[in-house]
Design a protein around this ligand. Sequence first.
Ligand code: DGL
Length: 299
Amino acid sequence: MSQGDQTEKSNAPIGIFDSGIGGLTILKALITALPHEHFIYVADGARAPYGSKDSETVRRYALEITDFLLDRGVKIIVVACTTASSVAADAVRLRAGRIPVFEVITQGTKAVFDVLPSELKCLNEDGEPPRAARFALLGTTLTVKSGVYRKSISEHARRLYLQEPVFTELSCPLFVSLVDDGVWNGPLADSTAKRYLSEIRAFHPDVVILGCTHYPVLSESIGKAVGPEVQLIDSAFNIARTVKTTLHRDRMLRESTVEGSLTFYSSDAPDAFREHAERFLDTAIDMVHHVELESLEKV
Ligand code: DGL
């Protein structure tokens, strides 16, 4: 590749998508890790929630957005939606071809084992293996039904020669509505979390996996509901670190000391999305473009 081609490639934006504002939890971590990169974010609010749809439908949505991002010349794609990651990651990879694709489940799995206390990962003083870790996965209905996160965690535990983890899974559909409506804390968020999570608290997990990118926005209420002793884990930090390492390794980091741009597309009302995105990212956003994703459908 010529120097010019390399520069053009490294200047290309990073594409990222979610059904709504949940993926902003990933975007925020990416901006912190990679402030000089350009980002294009697609929020498919018009067709949210993804979590209550069937896997075929979510796969089709994810591929439409992938095509949209590829048409904009992105250098990598981040699937910042756990539901899409659980049912469409392979399809997105296939469609993206040579463009690297990152999804949140592999990165979330690594994050879980990063935070697991060492007494649950190492032999004890008497040389005995640790007890099985207890994980609670909170996700959308489709993520839980797919079983992909659970499988990813089990396989990782096996690779570390750990016992099969004790697992419980729960879908919390109202969390997505709350977050997309801007209810991120306060009495309504607290009471919804308490209602959903009483059985999780009783399960006494070592780690609660926030297996939907919307859920970290509610971490204050979720934390109160499951108890202060429980670790809440999401994939944002790990995915940002992995993307940075990959861009560096492949010499695709944008070489500039000037902050990169943020371009937003929403399939739903752009103003509502802009308001939430400005609040969450704590930055002014000039404009959110409206996009009709259905019209892009390729069979
Ligand atoms: N943020 C999403 C996820 O991580 C999607 C939630 C939804 O649309 O149901 O699963």
